[in-house]
Design a protein around this ligand. Structure first.
Ligand SMILES: Nc1nc2c(ncn2[C@@H]2O[C@H](COP(=O)(O)OP(=O)(O)OP(=O)(O)O)[C@@H](O)[C@H]2O)c(=O)[nH]1
Length: 299
């Protein structure tokens, strides 16, 4: 039997469960996850290699109505993945009904003429009757190549989803080495771990206002010394992130340090600094500098 390989863009509204799904399919954490919308900012490739097939999943930022330049860049990252893939996996939160956000995604999809698999997620929260109703509704929305109900969180029906995706991958050899699970650098992954811990511990505007960059990376014997900057766009946010007597930043540092240690299987010392770059989310050069706009800006 011949080998198949190709790109699958996992798209959807913020919080639909894109990153949870991708990590569950890969059985490895390649994308950070949180209950805050717009957790994912970059297109992240997660690579799953099987004996006769290689899936390259693109986890994309949630498509939303942008308020800032950063929001426009995030949407653009998602649209590019949709244009460049072999198959689109549109994931929706099954507990929510079809809304204007979905309408917007639909309009984009209609222009692309690609196979679209509708993934009805969070069925662990849906009584069977509601799930059937929802499936019927989605069938009327578009001529989907397939519709697959799943729970990304409970890893329910994921084998079926992989079998469905496979139908739409072209014949061809592996696109990446079989041992590779992500296309992002270690630096990117380490900064994302820190950002995830910030998202988990903070509320309101903070999660959307931060960027994390690596300032220095040094190895001494076995130990790794990392210095990172957390960028925020207002002085008041700096105060919140540092917290009372430094309690918040200490907690974030310890959470992140623990996960980085586990990931790298070696001793790690992490230092974090909070810097204010006023209104950075509206500055194209800063968005690029912080690694969020990987693409040429053509609109
Ligand atoms: N109950 C339930 N919760 C889920 C499921 N999948 C994801 N979630 C939760 O939904 C929230 C958002 O999940 P993410 O995977 O970060 O969503 P996302 O679509 O990547 O979000 P953005 O990066 O903001 O676009 C998290 O709190 C997840 O735990 C599921 O199958 N069932």
């Amino acid at each position: 039997m011949s080998y198949q390989s190709g790109f699958i863009a996992i798209i959807g509204r913020p919080n639909a469960g894109k990153s949870t799904l991708m990590n569950a399919m890969l059985q490895e954490k390649v994308s950070i996850m949180s209950d805050k919308p717009n957790t994912t900012r970059n297109n992240i490739a997660g690579i799953l290699t099987k004996a006769d097939c290689q899936y390259v999943f693109m986890d994309t930022p949630g498509i939303h109505k942008p308020q800032q330049q950063l929001g426009r860049v995030l949407n653009k990252n998602a649209y590019t993945a949709m244009e460049d893939c072999d198959c689109i996996g549109w994931i929706v939160d099954g507990t929510q009904s079809f809304g204007t956000g979905d309408q917007h995604i639909l309009k984009r999809i209609e222009t692309l003429h690609k196979p679209v698999v509708l993934i009805l997620n969070k069925i662990d929260c849906l009584p069977r009757e509601k799930m059937m109703k929802s499936l019927l509704k989605w069938q009327t929305v578009y001529d989907f190549a397939d519709i697959v109900p799943i729970s990304a969180l409970k890893t329910d029906n994921l084998e079926e989803l992989l079998n469905v995706f496979r139908k739409y991958l072209p014949e061809g050899g592996p696109l990446f080495p079989s041992e590779m699970t992500s296309d992002h650098s270690l630096t990117f992954q380490l900064c994302e771990i820190v950002r995830e811990k910030i998202l988990t511990r903070t509320q309101q505007e903070i999660p959307h206002s931060v960027a994390v960059v690596l300032d220095s990376y040094q190895e001494e014997d076995e130990k790794l010394y990392l210095q990172m900057s957390i960028i925020v766009d207002k002085d008041s946010q700096k105060g919140i992130l540092i917290g009372k007597q430094g309690a918040m930043i200490r907690a974030i540092r310890l959470d992140a340090q623990k996960e980085i240690k586990q990931k790298l299987q070696r001793p790690v010392q992490l230092e974090l600094y909070v810097r204010v770059v006023k209104n950075w989310r509206n500055k194209a050069d800063k968005i690029k500098e912080f690694g969020l706009d990987e693409l040429e800006d053509d609109d």
